[in-house]
Write a protein that binds this ligand. Sequence first.
Ligand SMILES: [Zn+2]
Length: 124
Amino acid sequence: MVLYFRGEGVTAFQGATFDDIVKPQIDLMVNCKWCSLHVALKINMDKSWINIRIRLDPLYEKGADDFVEFASKDRPNATEILCPCMKCRNMKFMKKVDVAEHIVVDGFLSSYTHWIFHGESSLT
Ligand SMILES: [Zn+2]
């Protein structure tokens, strides 16, 4: 879990505002009761399923679906996202349903541990 504090460092992040960059990626926003600052909580995605060897395992399939759902939050209006399977290697855009299938059939790109192409903050 990562805490973001709404402050100068975050609002100035790469020229974009807190609302543009950080807010879409957070899971929970609360107000600090002492200082009235916004405190954003980010719960990191569970990635342990990537190491499951039998990809027909329901936990692996659920992980693939969860990944697509996570990536969809980053691009809510897009029908296609970069596919992180072993064949596409984040070089091809695929329909969301196909991405989940690729992940199960071809495997998840094991070197892709930090999902920067799918909305995971580079701040984490
Ligand atoms: Zn693919």
